[in-house]
Write a protein that binds this ligand. Structure first.
Ligand code: ASP
Length: 403
């Protein structure tokens, strides 16, 4: 009998999980552990995977010119797509004005608001870790990436003997990490079953939320859809000369995982596997662009934060001038770069935007209730954009792809 493709296994698990979450609400603990275990497995491999992939990727790129060109293209792609996402969010939030007349009695306390108080300057300063091992323990992705890029680059600057030993070592380490990734990926259907069943069982007031915050959710999802279904595929087709549908098919497993886990970081191992083995991007470009993308390139989060900030302004009856809206776009970009690739990271980062334009921070309480649902959509867009970037950049470097 032919084995059912992983993607179909995941999709079936997803549907069954919804049914389970509704029918066996009180028995959800019987399956929730599978989701926890799966997430732990993914988290377990992230740091060694990022380290070995970036170091081996950069050591294989070889020279400073190639690295500089790749870095430049990657940054241009990240900034362009996030800005396009922000502009489409701005357009729709001004068109539909979802916050006008919002129910202010709905404000909830938000925990961890002070967490995001770190200014952008501090975030930049903190990229350089005091202690690389502490950075790894605390999952400080930007610091780990910074260290890995430097380390990988400096391997290329050493004598032949050290260069060969270290390049071989990190290539071998990366091989093993990829094997481990493939092993964990096999459990994705069970993991997603546990995660989704648990989420469905704990989502009791969906109907009420939809009636109160439906238009706001609609605007976020509409903006995200336009970006994911129109803007990015057009870029794939015309800039990357890649078939968007084939690329989407290659990316199905990581996308549904992003949707279920709401974490770009947890999805990263699957994204890397799909980009390298299904889309056919070289190891060095995959290793360079994707870990960086999972941490800094968040189109979905950028759009979401802009819509949320404008929604709060509208709800409080505060008119945003053109200058203030431009500030919202710029700080939205910075906040999306600063947000970590973990669930609900984008929510607290909205405080950066609100502070910049003088809006009340408690406003975040207005949208808290639906954040978890919107997180699923924006995380999928974040991962989709990272993957589009990887293939567009690979094509521009003259690589032959399978998509
Ligand atoms: N959950 C998102 C991600 O991992 C970040 C966010 O909360 O917007 O990409």
């Amino acid at each position: 009998m032919k084995k059912l493709a992983l993607y179909w296994q995941i999709l079936i698990a997803f549907v069954l999980a919804i049914a389970y979450g509704i029918l066996f609400k009180d028995q959800v603990h019987l399956v929730a552990w599978m989701g926890d275990l799966f997430l732990k497995g993914l988290k377990m491999i992230i740091i060694p995977l990022i380290l070995s992939s970036i170091i081996s990727g950069i050591a294989n790129i070889g020279d400073a010119n190639n690295l500089g060109r790749l870095g430049f293209k990657t940054l241009v792609y990240y900034i362009t797509t996030s800005t396009l996402a922000l502009l489409s969010g701005l357009f729709f939030v001004n068109l539909f004005k979802p916050g006008v007349g919002a129910d202010m009695g709905f404000v909830e306390e938000v925990e961890g608001l002070s967490m995001a108080k770190e200014s952008f300057g501090e975030t930049l300063m903190n990229i350089v870790p005091e202690n690389i091992f502490v950075a790894m323990v605390e999952n400080k992705m930007l610091s780990v990436i910074f260290f890995a890029i430097l380390f990988g680059f400096l391997i290329t600057q050493t004598t032949n003997k050290s260069k060969t030993i270290l390049t071989d070592f990190f290539n071998a380490l990366f091989d093993v990490m990829m094997k481990l990734t493939l092993f964990i990926i096999k459990f994705t259907p069970l993991g997603i079953f546990g995660i989704v069943a648990n989420q469905v069982a704990n989502q009791d007031n969906l109907g009420e939320l939809m009636s109160r915050l439906g238009i706001y959710m609609g605007v976020v999802i509409l903006g995200l859809s336009i970006h994911a279904i129109i803007v990015l595929p057009l870029m794939l087709k015309f800039i990357g000369k890649v078939n968007p549908i084939k690329h989407f098919i290659a990316m199905r497993t990581p996308l549904i995982t992003a949707f279920s886990t709401s974490s770009s970081n947890a999805t990263l191992p699957l994204t890397m596997e799909a980009i390298e083995h299904k889309s056919g991007v070289s190891n060095s470009i995959t290793s360079f662009t994707l870990p960086l993308g999972a941490t800094v390139n968040m189109d979905g989060t950028a759009l979401y934060e802009l819509v949320a900030a404008m929604f709060i302004a509208q709800a409080y009856g505060i008119d945003m001038s053109i200058t203030q809206q431009i500030i919202i776009v710029i700080t939205g970009l910075l906040a999306s770069i600063g947000a970590a690739g973990i669930p609900m990271a984008g929510l607290v980062m909205i405080s950066v935007i609100l502070t910049a334009v003088g809006l009340p921070l408690e406003g975040i309480g207005l949208i808290l209730a639906v954040d978890r649902i919107l997180d699923m959509f924006r995380t999928s867009v974040n991962v989709w954009s990272d993957s589009c970037g990887a293939v567009i950049i690979a094509k521009s470097e003259g690589e032959e792809l399978k998509v």
